[in-house]
Design a protein around this ligand. Structure first.
Ligand SMILES: Nc1ncnc2c1ncn2[C@@H]1O[C@H](COP(=O)(O)OP(=O)(O)O)[C@@H](O)[C@H]1O
Ligand SMILES: [Mg+2]
Length: 298
């Protein structure tokens, strides 16, 4: 089966049903994601964000429907697709260096398969060096991966995705476990990539960044029918859309001029969208490294 490419769409899903054995997450999902820009995927915990990225990456096979990634099937697209999973399959006790881990991005997602072929060509070496430098882990290149801190592991995994020099880059919660400074650095790197025509599609919990920098946002809530809304974040992220996207996780939304520092206690975090809209998120499991409680000042 083939579907007609949609003008300007880098990723197209048509009537896709996909999920896990005994648990269908999306039913008849139709979606186009534009090329060459930043697209953010937002939604509550368990809303289907990772499932959507895995489907685009070709790691989950839809039971029905069709997918085009850069005009090809997800399998064919692997050569120009970089993917960083939320939960990595890396065994951090494995005795390899950071450089070897990043070099695996030149090959398959299944990282144990290609150990014997690491760094074979000059192109590979150049791409690996560039990826290490982009994520600022070049000084760690000959360290064993078990020596890395949580944030350094994350950088190495993003570098592994970048090593492929992908035309389409899929990142599943890259900001988790990164501090605010590295998060800004990551953002600069990704902006440079989109300037060069790369499509960056990433899941995120940082709505203020989405509003500020993203060309496109996709609001996902699988239990409410899949895609709640999509488009320019400043137009799409209305109170109604956010309520339907986050459901019970979005405890309170308040409007109006907000003075003083947003409050954060143990159960709630405040997200500020411009001066207009304040969101109070109930905190579930997404705490690691997130800035729910300390959004950037405008
Ligand atoms: N490996 C899996 N097997 C079965 N169900 C899963 C698996 N991974 C995720 N799910 C379920 O699929 C739904 C969507 O999960 P996921 O895409 O991981 O959400 P998100 O990334 O938005 O938190 C959830 O109900 C989750 O429990
Ligand atoms: Mg996820």
């Amino acid at each position: 089966m083939t579907i007609a490419p949609v003008a300007g769409a880098e990723v197209a899903l048509r009537n896709v049903s996909v999920g896990y054995p005994g648990h269908r997450v999306f039913e008849e999902l139709t979606l186009n994601i534009p090329g060459g820009v930043f697209t953010g995927i937002i939604g509550g915990n368990g809303s289907g964000k990772s499932t959507l990225l895995k489907t685009i990456a070709g790691l989950l096979k839809p039971s029905e429907g069709e997918i085009l990634v850069g005009g090809a099937s997800p399998e064919e697209a692997r050569a120009y697709l970089g993917y960083m999973p939320q939960a990595s399959n890396v065994d951090w006790r494995f005795p390899i260096t950071v450089r070897e881990l990043v070099a695996m991005g030149r090959y398959q997602f299944s990282w144990k398969q290609r150990l014997g072929r690491l760094i074979r060509t000059r192109d590979d070496q150049i791409a690996v060096d560039r990826a290490l430098a982009m994520m600022d882990v070049q000084d760690l290149h000959d360290r064993q991966i078990h020596e890395l801190s949580g944030g350094q592991r994350k950088r190495a995994l993003i570098a592994r995705a970048l090593a492929r020099q992908p035309r389409i880059l899929l990142l599943d919660e890259p900001s988790a476990a990164l501090d605010a400074v590295s998060d800004d650095q990551l953002f600069d790197v990704l902006c440079d990539l989109t300037d060069l025509g790369t499509s960056v599609i990433m899941t995120t919990h940082d709505l203020s960044t989405v509003l500020e920098h993203y060309a496109e946002v996709i609001c996902v809530n699988a239990s409410e029918g899949g895609i709640i809304a999509q488009g320019d974040p400043s137009l799409v992220l209305t109170e109604d859309v956010l309520r339907r996207t986050y459901g019970r996780e979005l405890a309170i939304v308040s409007r109006g001029d907000v003075h003083g520092e947003p409050s954060a206690d143990d159960d709630h975090h405040t997200l500020r969208l411009g001066d207009e809209l304040q969101l109070h998120m109930e905190d579930h499991e997404h705490q690691e490294g997130h800035r729910h409680g300390s959004p950037r000042s405008p």
